[in-house]
Design a protein around this ligand. Structure first.
Ligand code: C2E
Ligand code: CA
Ligand code: CA
Ligand code: CA
Length: 279
């Protein structure tokens, strides 16, 4: 009875009510934003340690009607809990595939791998492989240029179902990378079982790599593990020259971070890196 009382008291807590109202308003905003095409794709470059542009990651932004640009940290969680991540994810995938189709034939852009973040909820959807196949077909994007980024949160799912679904997607020619590696469930046995092409070292490890005597060995161990398993290694959050040189000495494959390039609107990315002109 005591805990019930506490529960009821909480329900009428004005602070809680205000937070709930804010959530509801944000959810309405997201829903309208989707209908009004307020979500825009940003793109961040990835370079080989030798300095060659090898890929890019798509990062979604919400450009609200008041002009504010909202970063995903402020809306992805709510998009996930409200189910809006499914139409939002589909929108991001469609726009990404349209970009890949435009880039075909460009000497630089046409060779890039484009990373697209995929929520565990999208992976949970049995229709997802068919939706991806239809999106690729409609856009004319080369599947081999598409790389879906999964976080370790997918490991909480039924592993047989997950593996199955990943194989269905890989059969279409795309590939997978494991994002934020080292921060989540990190069961090493999954690295062997899942059809992965790349590991992305989380920026929390990269951040301290040249400062903290603990972070360096972890990063070197992740790189060694990835190489043994024939996975490409991408380090994210590279901000300083000292981090870049550490990662490059350690044998990391590719680098992403503010030092090399910030996320920019995808049209700007195209203009900036296009070799022979797009369109
Ligand atoms: P993430 O996939 O780990 O993406 C990398 C994040 O690090 C991005 O934040 C990027 O802007 C930021 N970043 C890049 N370089 C640096 C750096 O040098 N230093 C620091 N401190 N940060 C750097 P962003 O764009 O705010 O995205 C946050 C997260 O939101 C992403 O983390 C990803 O998990 C999620 N997200 C973004 N777009 C999508 C999407 O289309 N779908 C889904 N499901 N999630 C998305
Ligand atoms: Ca990512
Ligand atoms: Ca990441
Ligand atoms: Ca992250």
């Amino acid at each position: 009875a005591k805990s019930e009382g506490r529960h009821i008291a909480r329900f009428f807590d004005p602070g809680m009510q205000a937070a709930a109202d804010r959530q509801a308003a944000l959810e309405r905003g997201l829903r309208d934003g989707l209908a009004l095409h307020q979500f825009v794709l940003y793109c961040q470059p990835q370079f080989s340690v030798r300095g060659r542009l090898v890929g890019a990651e798509v990062l979604v932004r919400w450009r609200r009607d008041d002009g504010a640009l909202v970063c995903p940290g402020d809306f992805i969680a709510l998009a996930e809990s409200s189910g809006l991540i499914l139409p939002l994810g589909q929108y991001v995938l469609e726009e990404s595939c349209r970009a890949l189709a435009r880039w075909t034939g460009d000497r630089t852009l046409g060779r890039l791998k484009l990373g697209v973040n995929v929520s565990v909820q999208q992976m949970r959807n049995p229709d997802f492989p068919a939706d991806v196949a239809a999106t690729l077909a409609r856009s004319g994007a080369p599947a081999a240029r598409l790389c879906l980024e999964l976080t370790e949160s997918v490991f909480a799912e039924d592993v047989h179902e997950l593996t199955d679904r990943m194989h269905q997607l890989c059969a279409q020619g795309l590939c997978f990378s494991l994002d934020d590696f080292g921060t989540g469930y990190s069961s090493l046995s999954y690295l062997r079982r899942l059809p992965l092409s790349a590991l992305k070292i989380d920026r929390s490890f990269v951040h301290d790599v040249h400062l903290d005597p603990g972070a360096g060995p972890i990063v070197n161990a992740i790189i060694a593990l990835g190489r043994q398993l024939k996975l490409e290694i991408v380090a994210e959050g590279v901000e300083h020259e000292a981090q870049r040189s550490f990662l490059s000495r350690g044998g990391c494959g590719a680098l992403q971070g503010y030092l090399l390039g910030e996320p920019i609107p995808i049209e700007d990315f195209e203009r900036m890196y296009s070799a022979v002109g797009v369109g």
